[in-house]
Design a protein around this ligand. Structure first.
Ligand code: WT7
Length: 663
């Protein structure tokens, strides 16, 4: 574990924006006293606090009597003797509350076509889907891969799995056949749910043919069914006995499906995410604890009210799309937008146009999207938010990466009209839901800071020996106590779960987030200073440098590769690869051609999101005498900065000159 955070002094940001009295007056958590009162409750009786919230926010078929079981730490169990069904809590509950006729989903298609789905209709869709899955023999405990674009059917597929107790694993539609195959094998999945094609940015992109390719790669014998949602009507192959259209699967199925009542700890889903080493990790989440936090943070962080029109622009392939599209909003009976398209189609005003069109009141997106739309509005003033009626907005949010204060200010002024609080939500695939974030009706906001932990979330900053560091001093972000929505294990790899998240160096008891952080001396506010491991964050997408290196060296031309992150104005970080070929170091046109070839190779191996932005060729890589690649030097070179560090341990200092510039 290495931290570069101590040299980071944290931002010198002095602007403070208190929530308006008007917002605070109507907020679920109103004012800092209310926030503190929740903290007092959590501190005085940690288990009692969570038990109360779990009883108040979820419907239990069998009430739990034991709140937290720490016997087998760090394999914590929450509400373990309780039974519930996630889909029941997200759907049936709304019907019983008299909200069956309420719009659950406003589907905004790529071409602007709109479909409204009420809770009653969604319930019916999910029940038929669930019965269809059952008719194929899919049952509780089975794993089902969902490889779909943004659609009502994608959410229905997740809910249908939840309804029958099958554990889903959604694979982002931008991942390659090989990535899909690896996940199918690791999960031991019995079925894949996909679409013929996806429609994005005016283009049709393949899905089903990638599934076919993945299955043809071998090792996927556990897969018995491929269920295909017809989205575009594009031509796709059909394997008799294995493939079935979704509309045929649900035809004639009953619109009622008794939920499978599962234990609170039953795995709701596995979601693969990158670590610093090895293959992606299957992050396993629970049913009870996970849903509690997805629902509760909708109320606390997003202050959701019955009249809100909520829009989270994430994809269901990421955790944000799980907690804040598929589960959180439905669990609280919200009306939400599901957007199929991209922010720049038909032009970069699409987000603002869509907010105006549907009178969106809560808008949640990634800093990278904001930064690219700032740029677009600079180039083409017609797509500037001021040209759209955004008066329906009352709350804004960001997620996935640090937001720089300038982007925050732009968002605050031009999108929020200086009246909407911004919740900068820090969390991770592993945390299941928000961890550190302002509460919109309570916390005074400071641009670039995610401010304070939610009540009950015991975050702290420690040094490499696990000791607390004082405010104003950077360190390692940890969570000192288990919380209900935390990762339960890494699928198939409990040892890796322990060593990755509960390292012995920190005493084996603290959850290690993998980020560096610093707290402000006066306010105690947290600022995330970035990953302390070899994980990159490109446009809010998480990627391991090792994964990209492995993909590169799998190419027959490549002898060796090292990948580092390089700060990027729009995407936060970009991928810079240093490559040694088996042949002589290419230059000029030859280097350009080979770089392109390797970029496409990585897209094929992992997915287009993992394509290095820059590839530099060298005769070798900077190494110590013991043969270790000196990545910190590569990071400096990638930035185009001069190396001031000590290079005396370097075996081949001459190589630095060669790697200075893009080939
Ligand atoms: C990593 C987790 C959060 C769900 C989507 C990404 C970074 C996330 C923030 C934020 C600064 C942030 C961290 C974290 N991150 N939110 N508000 N401020 N950094 O989930 O793919 O698991 O990535 O994203 O580095 O560890 P993920």
């Amino acid at each position: 574990m290495t931290t570069q955070t101590t040299e980071h002094q944290g931002p010198q940001e002095s602007r403070v924006f208190a929530p308006s009295a008007e917002f605070a007056a109507q907020a679920t958590v109103s004012g800092m006293d209310a926030y503190k009162a929740l903290w007092t409750e959590a501190s005085q009786d940690y288990e009692g606090f969570w038990a109360r919230l779990a009883r108040e926010n979820l419907d239990w078929k069998v009430p739990f009597t034991r709140t937290l079981n720490e016997d087998d730490a760090p394999f914590y169990k929450w509400f373990e003797d309780g039974k519930l069904n996630v889909s029941y809590n997200c759907l049936d509950r709304n019907l019983e509350n008299g909200n069956g006729g309420k719009t659950a989903i406003i589907f905004e298609a790529d071409d602007g076509a709109v479909t409204n789905v009420t809770y009653k209709e969604l319930h019916e869709k999910v029940c038929k889907f669930a019965n269809g899955l059952k008719s194929r023999g899919i049952k509780k405990g089975d794993r089902v891969i969902i490889y779909m674009s943004m659609s009502v059917e994608g959410v229905a597929a997740m809910q249908a799995c939840a309804r029958i107790g099958a554990t889903h694993s959604v694979v982002f539609g931008g991942f390659s056949a090989k990535s899909l195959q690896e996940r199918i094998i690791d999960a031991g999945a019995v079925a894949v749910i996909t679409a013929d094609e996806q429609q994005r940015g005016g283009k049709r992109l393949p899905l089903k043919s990638i599934v076919d390719e993945a299955l043809a790669m071998g090792g996927c014998d556990t897969i018995k069914d491929v269920i295909v949602y017809k989205r575009t009507g594009g031509d796709v192959a059909h394997v008799a006995g294995r493939d079935i259209w979704l509309h045929e699967l649900v035809e004639g199925q009953s619109a009622e499906c008794e939920p499978e009542w599962v234990e609170a700890e039953h795995p709701l889903f596995i979601l693969y995410t990158s670590g610093s080493t090895g293959t992606p990790k299957g992050v396993q989440h629970s049913s009870g604890g996970y849903l509690l936090w997805a629902a509760l943070t909708m109320k606390w962080t997003f202050d959701i009210k019955p009249s809100d029109v909520y829009w989270c622009t994430a994809d269901i392939g990421w955790v944000t799309g799980h907690s804040y599209i598929a589960y959180g909003p439905t669990a609280v009976g919200a009306t939400q937008i599901i957007f199929e398209g991209i922010p720049t189609f038909p032009n970069a005003g699409r987000f603002w146009e869509t907010v105006a069109k549907h009178k969106v009141s809560i808008f949640y997106t990634a800093p990278t999207a904001i930064r690219s739309l700032i740029k677009a509005a600079d180039v083409d003033p017609k797509v500037h938010p001021k040209n759209y009626d955004l008066s329906s907005l009352r709350l804004l949010g960001t997620v996935g990466e640090p937001i720089n204060p300038e982007a925050w200010m732009w968002y605050y002024k031009n999108v929020g009209g200086e009246k909407c609080p911004i919740v900068d939500t820090f969390w991770q695939t592993e945390t299941g839901g928000h961890m550190i974030t302002p509460l919109p009706g309570a916390t005074p906001m400071v641009p670039g800071s995610c401010t304070l932990p939610l009540p009950g979330i015991m975050t702290a900053i420690v040094d490499e020996a696990g000791h607390d560091v004082p405010n104003g001093q950077g360190g390692i972000l940890v969570v000192k106590r288990p919380w209900p929505s935390m990762i339960r294990t890494i699928w198939n790899n409990p040892e890796r779960f322990k060593s990755s998240y509960f390292p012995e160096e920190l005493g084996g008891k603290y959850y290690l987030a993998g980020d560096g952080a610093i707290r402000n001396k006066d306010t105690g506010y947290f600022t995330i200073t970035g990953r302390i491991d070899d994980v990159l964050n490109v446009s809010g997408h998480r990627m391991g440098t090792m994964e990209i290196e492995s993909a590169l060296v799998a190419n027959p031309l490549v002898a060796e590769a090292a990948v580092v992150g390089k700060p990027d104005e729009t995407t936060g970080e970009s991928i810079c690869a240093f490559v040694v070929l088996k042949q002589a170091r290419p230059t000029g046109e030859e280097a350009k051609r080979l770089a392109l070839e390797l970029r496409n190779w990585v897209a094929k191996e992992i997915g287009p999101i993992a394509k290095p932005k820059e590839i530099r060729f060298g005769d070798n890589l900077p190494k110590t005498r013991s043969g270790k690649i000196m990545r910190r030097l590569l990071r400096v070179l990638a930035k185009g900065e001069t190396i001031t560090q000590d290079v005396s341990t370097l075996e081949n200092p001459a190589i630095l000159e060669q790697l200075k510039e893009a080939s």
